[in-house]
Design a binder for this molecule. Structure first.
Ligand code: SF4
Length: 835
């Protein structure tokens, strides 16, 4: 066996030579990308190494000629019985199929492959660490001080005063059982600064700590990179850290086996090769976390169960279920790493379930922790809002009802010989009647908001709200009736199944339970939407997805501060940390906005630590003086901005990002400049594109520029060469007519609207601005240029501009110059290779 060598990035295929080469070599290993895969599918001798890499543990050796043997060895550790089903997934001549056959058949494991799925999940045992005598403050000093332990274990580590201070403050706060809020600039190394004190505290006191980050990506990064460093420290080798995500991220055996059965039975399933790869992975994985596989979202959903689809304890695979295993591990871990959305959705479920008196404690997913560390704390407001909102998406509701009626039809047919025909007909008649009524109400709702545009949220109040609530109330009643018939049908299916156990009845039983569970989710949302509750705003909006343009009705909480204060009241130590919590204030310590949105009282301890960057050296900051004044839809501003952006991008030719606040402005600018920038790859954010995919594309492309809207203002990490020029098109004000923003301005402005602007609206914009510019300088070696087109930032008459400028680091030197000068400065910086 001889491998072809080549790197994924730069490999180009000479097909003539390849054909000759393959002629002589029966098996070849070849790193492929999608394009070459299509071309090479005509060559059955070629093995897709990407497949092996994605689904198997990647071999450790660097040289590709070693890989074949390593893969073969690894395959031989799988049950040989997998070879029985292998032919269902690969074409006869497929090189990869042949290779897998060769590897799997050499295995000696004679177990049934079905029993091996998820048999290697990590199971954390409860350990009592109590007794480790650790002086937390002294240990933190030893780890973080100059010449400390971190320098010993981490190659290239540089002492950072801000990191030391952050770790010390957190240690003192945990020891003193008091909360703290810390603003620690980018580059401080805050992950280690909170993980290490947490780890030592947990080990010495035997208490669990929950760390919440903004995204799943950050969760994985913490677990992979930072936890590995923490565990190198003395006494922390045995530290048990578990990453906990929402159930939709975990592999569901039930759904997977259904899919597999279909693929094997019909031979028709989509992506059969992928299905087999997932099977290999499922046998080896320790977590069952599908994020390990980088599947496309639509494919991932085929293998996960929503809480409405999950059968919980009734599921035949419950004991091997990765999601429930993960929950058990979270109970036993010293540190649990979770994300904000899970943190709040659990809190919400807990609240809602306790209201409805559900038996199963589905909201008790997180362990009983006494210390909560919240990273990227500025984001909590948004996560809380999302978790505490109720939504009705009419087209999804229709699809649930149709799924239910189709399933009922099959069930009625299957039990027809066991019950009176007239009785079954009556049930069917009722279900059809309810379906027609439900669809009619949903249609009425959709039609009444036909004029609602995709770009804005339309507030619903007074009579309109009354009418909507009436429709939703009716919908709720009919769906409850529909559900009652479905439950009756389910009981009948169960009764028949007791007499004659057939696979069809078993499948129907499962499907009916699953669809009932989905209906429960819909009912829960309708109940939330129809509830007469103060402190909520109801609005409609349209969203564009691949399946069309859909209406969403939302009820969101206004008083996020009060909700936040009520969450986890029994957790004494809450540590909030972020690079942007502080907003300049002449009258307070600058943390009142953060305290407000986090529901903390005015005396909650807060500190601001500086940045470890040298902004004078690393950042050039220009504000374009001669831009027209920004006004919504002001063509002069848009055209002037478009011209400047185009000129700047022609100079830097990539490694840039342009941040907008609305799709409308962004699309307008792109339409004006795209033809002038043919040699530049524009990575344009679309409403449903994942920012991660765009960032990956940007990082792997030359001459690439990102055009992004809101989600690109924060959480995007583009160090070094990937971002040299950041252009801010407009200050990131939220639309004041957005129903939720407007309601919150009024909520915080108890005296008047201006008070609400000062206490909520302006600080929110300033935080977003600071987040945006934080994308540019990510490490001590970065250098970058920031250009802000919106010159309201230097308008001395505006309260917000004075606050904003004072909220920036004092090292930042701002140059307010004309657009033409910005262009010549940029040319000069390029010429002198400043960046
Ligand atoms: S318990 Fe739920 S998530 Fe787990 S395998 Fe069963 S259905 Fe899937």
């Amino acid at each position: 066996m001889t491998p072809l060598s080549g790197s994924e990035k730069s490999f180009s295929v000479n097909f003539k030579e390849l054909k000759e080469f393959l002629g002589k070599h029966p098996v070849c290993l070849f790193p492929l990308n999608d394009e070459t895969y299509k071309l090479l599918s005509n060559y059955p001798e070629v093995i897709d190494e990407n497949f092996l890499k994605r689904f198997l543990v990647y071999p450790t050796g660097k040289e590709s000629d070693k890989h074949i043997n390593e893969y073969l060895q690894l395959l031989s550790s799988f049950p040989a019985s997998l070879t029985d089903i292998l032919p269902h997934f690969f074409e006869k001549n497929d090189g990869l199929g042949k290779f897998l056959q060769m590897g799997l058949s050499s295995g000696t494991k004679d177990s049934r492959w079905e029993d091996e799925v998820c048999s290697n999940l990590t199971k954390l045992k409860s350990v009592d660490h109590k007794g480790a005598d650790i002086d937390l403050i002294k240990t933190v000093r030893m780890v973080f001080s100059e010449g400390g332990l971190l320098e010993d274990i981490l190659e290239g580590y540089e002492y950072r005063q801000e990191q030391f201070m952050t770790a010390l403050e957190i240690a003192e706060s945990i020891e003193g059982k008091q909360g703290i809020m810390i603003e620690a600039g980018t580059g401080t190394g805050k992950s280690l600064a909170y993980l290490i004190p947490s780890a030592y505290y947990s080990i010495s006191k035997g208490e669990q700590i929950v760390v919440s980050t903004r995204t799943r990506m950050l969760q994985d990064q913490l677990a992979r990179k930072d936890v590995a460093i923490v565990k190198k420290l003395p006494n922390l080798e045995e530290l048990r850290v578990w990453t906990l995500k929402g159930r939709e991220r975990y592999f569901c055996l039930k759904k997977y086996f259904e899919e597999l059965e279909y693929a094997v039975g019909s031979g028709k399933s989509k992506n059969r090769t992928e299905l087999f790869g997932v099977l290999l992975w499922s046998i080896k994985t320790g977590s069952g976390d599908l994020d390990e596989l980088h599947l496309k979202e639509e494919n991932r959903n085929r293998f996960t169960a929503t809480r409405f689809e999950c059968l919980r304890k009734l599921c035949p695979f419950f004991n091997r279920c990765p999601y429930y295993n993960s929950r058990d591990n979270a109970q036993n871990a010293d540190i649990v790493i979770t994300n904000h959305s899970l943190l709040f959705s659990e809190a919400h479920i807990r609240l809602e379930d306790s209201r409805e008196g559900e038996d199963e404690p589905i909201g008790m997913l997180l362990p009983k922790f006494k210390v909560l560390i919240v990273d990227e704390a500025h984001e909590l407001e948004m996560s809380l809002t999302e978790a505490m909102s109720f939504n009705l998406v009419p087209h999804e509701a229709v699809s649930t009802i149709r799924k239910a009626i189709n399933c009922s039809k099959d069930a009625l047919r299957s039990i027809r010989n066991h019950f009176e025909r007239s009785f079954l007909e009556e049930l069917w008649g009722r279900l059809r009647k309810f379906t027609a009524e439900i669809e009619k109400i949903l249609k009425t709702i959709v039609v009444s908001y036909n004029n609602c545009s995709t770009d804005e949220k339309h507030s619903i109040d007074n009579e309109e709200l009354e009418a909507l609530k009436k429709d939703i109330g009716e919908l709720y009643t009919i769906i409850q009736r529909f559900r009652a018939v479905l439950i009756q049908l389910l009981r009948m299916v169960e009764e028949v199944a007791e007499e004659e156990e057939t696979p069809v009845l078993e499948k129907l039983n499962m499907e009916l339970k699953s669809v009932t569970s989905e209906l429960d989710g819909l009912i829960r949302q309708l109940l939330g939407l129809s509830r007469e509750e103060d402190g909520r705003v109801v609005y409609v909006r349209r969203t564009v997805t691949n399946n069309g343009n859909h209406l969403i009705i939302t009820s969101a909480p206004i008083k996020n501060d009060q909700l936040m204060a009520a969450i986890f009241p029994d957790v004494p130590v809450k540590v909030f940390i972020s690079a942007t919590l502080w907003v300049y204030s002449g009258r307070s310590d600058g943390f009142n906005y953060a305290r407000r949105i986090l529901g903390l009282n005015e005396s909650f301890h807060a500190i601001k630590l500086g940045s470890s960057f040298d902004f004078q050296e690393q950042l050039k900051f220009y504000i374009v003086k001669d831009m027209a004044k920004y006004q919504p839809n002001n063509r002069e501003y848009l055209n002037q901005g478009a011209n400047l952006i185009s000129e700047m991008l022609k100079i830097v030719k990539g490694s840039a990002m342009v941040l907008f606040t609305s799709y409308k402005d962004m699309y307008y600018v792109i339409s004006k400049i795209s033809e002038e920038l043919l040699d530049i790859r524009l990575q344009i954010q679309e409403p449903n594109n994942s920012p991660t995919a765009i960032v990956n594309e940007h990082v792997n492309s030359e001459n690439s520029v990102i055009f992004g809207v809101r989600s690109f203002w924060e959480g995007i990490d583009l160090p070094g060469e990937h971002l040299k020029l950041l252009i801010i098109f407009k200050l990131p004000f939220e639309r004041p007519d957005d129903p939720l923003i407007n309601a919150r301005i009024k909520h915080y402005g108890t005296k008047n609207y201006v008070e609400g602007l000062n206490k909520y609206y302006y600080p929110k914009m300033i935080t977003a601005f600071r987040q945006g510019i934080g994308r540019l300088i990510r490490t001590r070696n970065d250098r970058g240029v920031l250009v802000v087109l919106d010159n309201r930032i230097v308008d001395g008459n505006k309260i917000y501009s004075r606050k904003l400028l004072r909220s920036l680091s004092p090292d930042v030197k701002i140059n307010v110059i004309d657009g033409s000068r910005v262009i010549s400065e940029l040319r000069k910086l390029r010429r002198t290779k400043w960046f």
